[in-house]
Design a protein around this ligand. Sequence first.
Ligand SMILES: C[S@@+](CC[C@H](N)C(=O)[O-])C[C@H]1O[C@@H](n2cnc3c(N)ncnc32)[C@H](O)[C@@H]1O
Length: 315
Amino acid sequence: MREIRGEFGRSVRIERVSGDLGRVMDGPTVHELAEACDAGRIMFVRHLTVEIASFEELPPDYELAELVLGELTEYPKALAVQAWTDNAGTGGSSYHRIEQALGERGVTVTRSGQELVVSCFVGRRATLLGLNRLEDSLSDWPGGRMRLARADERVSRSEFKLEEAIATFGLLLPAGGKAVDLGASPGGWTRILRQHGKEVWSVDPGSLDPRLRADRRIHHEATTAGRFFAANRTRFDVVVNDMRMDQVLSARMMVDAAAHLRCGGLAIVTLKGGGKNPLDGARRGLDVLRQEYDVLHARQLHHNRNEITVVARKL
Ligand SMILES: C[S@@+](CC[C@H](N)C(=O)[O-])C[C@H]1O[C@@H](n2cnc3c(N)ncnc32)[C@H](O)[C@@H]1O
């Protein structure tokens, strides 16, 4: 709420609908909000839609279809439908209701990958229906809650954070080149970087998962980031940093890392902590990063807990 009012003025009204869902009124258009979020000026918003109706419970199918189609000037061939709840449920039954309602009207429904997205949030007190262009939605997942498959080859839960950042921000990691992974143990981010064809220097006093040891293009540097850079002569194309460290200290380490990164090189970093005031902590970390980097994106992603993910390019 502080971020939105800081960007668009104190007259914007925001009310809490549910745990992590708010309603913004008398303020920016959804496109203006999306632009501010995409540029990292607003970090703590993950998903946007435009409310078209709210009810105590979903109305009958014909009304549902009318509500959605009545908002559109052109009859759509296909729509994405994304449903979620304010508890652990997936919103599956609402999805199927809307899928059926629109299907009967000849609209193909998928869960993602369409220009227009119907959102349905089922809360304890209200059910909301929204419609938005994917371009202004920030995420192609229900409520921004990306779900990635668990798989045996994963070496850490942290992998999800890097995968989510790459997918959400549409990052292109060209194959090949050299990457340095700060705070690498047990090696989840290192594994993803290897999948993108990078040779990886994995810096962490902690150990790497045994499954990564046989890979000769992974160099485990069992030391701290500070000591590693003091002796390093390699120039990197990418630096990633998931170190468990206060955001300003972590950002300062990224400033040191910049001397070892080629111009235009990509940086992906999680800035952690902030305690009761994550916004101010994140902003302090970003101010330090800007000494050496152009910040492209900054957002608290679904798989981030008490942290934000920042994507930047070396100036
Ligand atoms: C959240 S874990 C990283 C998980 C990793 N990204 C993965 O995907 O498996 C944080 C790591 O930061 C490391 N760390 C903390 N301070 C560090 C420092 N000064 N230099 C290098 N690593 C550090 C810790 O040892 C810990 O392993």
